[in-house]
Design a protein around this ligand. Sequence first.
Ligand SMILES: [Zn+2]
Length: 490
Amino acid sequence: MGSSVKLTLYGGVNKVGGNKVLLEDNVYDVKVFIDFGINSSEFSHLKAKNPDPTKVEQLVNNHILPRDEDLPIQNLYSKHFIYDHNKYKFREKVRDCENKVDPPSNLDGILISHPHRDHYQGLSFVNRNISIYAGVVTKRIIKASSLCMPPKFENFLYGLQWTRFRTGNTINIKGMEIFPVHVDHSIPAAYGFIICTSAGIIVYSGDFRMHGPLQLMTADLIRKARELSEEKRNNIKYLICEGTHINKGAIESERTVKQHLRKLFNYMLFDYFLVHYDRVNWDRFRTYVNIAKKFGWKFIITEKDAYFYNRLNMKAVYDTMKDPNIEADKDILILSQDDTKLPWKKSLNELLGKSEMTPRRISIDDLKTLEGKFFLYFASNWDYNKIKNYLPPNLRGAFICSNVDPYAEDYRFYKNKISNELFEKGIPSYRIHSSGHAKVHDLIRFVNEINPEYLIPIHTNYPEAFEKIFRNENIKIILPIREIPIEVDC
Ligand SMILES: [Zn+2]
């Protein structure tokens, strides 16, 4: 008799990012995807060949998304909500979608572990009848991020049917129970899932670390998995485990980032620092703003960043997301972006119109005459290209690259290009960073504490390393093959 449960990986296999795991449970008659991300290198390779994709077929033909006909799912992709940004303006497309209804689909849901694009960006293309399960803040960050991204095909989330959860909730899909539990990562609102299938308990780690400020959250996932295993008198059958840094040992933390920055400040040799990290890395944002305050420096962000952070400040669930506070924090200056006419501009103008905030708004020309010392943050290549010609030539600056895990070749290329270009202008580069992913020693601890019968490595360039590292333990490692189902043994 065949197994009642199957797992098929459509992304994140021998690669970092782009996780898409289809879980089918015949006893519960459930089909769900766990994450539905787009791998950033695969997507940039497509864009190198074809600069402006606007059709799902282009993603499918390049194996970025699974082909509808190869799936046991009807109507996975939307018929009406695919945004051709060359044909429509964003608002026109929204209006066009208002009365549209997609055909029914037999997919019971998509669970999103956290708001990094390599875990959720495929949502832009899915049938709008499918339920999207995401954490309360996860959804909020995804929405705020999509509003801050260019209004393009791959960022169009209008019409999705969200079901929100928090740690402590149970998601029940046709009787199959799923327990989402928060984990620590380089972004707030990251979760792992414990899924009680008819063939036993399956744990999906999501992306996580055990050295960050919220490391106890990762311990909560482990504890809940062990508790459920005891309660249901059922071993943990499978662990689908991220392995970004299975090849790397390093002892680091957000605290070491702060310590290294402080050391750099001991010398007081620079007048400004150009800084780059992922906008959604809230811990990193806080670390930098705290350092700026401590030394009496200003921290400059763009209007788009201010909009993003303020939106999340306003409805902060975690206390950590109230700090830094865009409205109250006088050391944060806001760089005007006159060329942007996006919907969020209006609400930002209202915020910045408040008299006490007006002096904190500066123009790009002000950079050249700014008094006092400052950090200047850029989130993207686009922002970098805007500011690079306005850096004050009479001041001594340095670039600090503080971005998360540049595992993709093209990302490294882009970062080196910036470093080289700045060096030409007499601006040297530093790298000060701590990863969002568990290092090898923490991965070993995590796996041993979960203690599954089988382990499937995902989100890693080195899945076979798990076989070698766990060779003396009683855990069977299953190396996944993209699109080939793994039958969960009962
Ligand atoms: Zn991530």
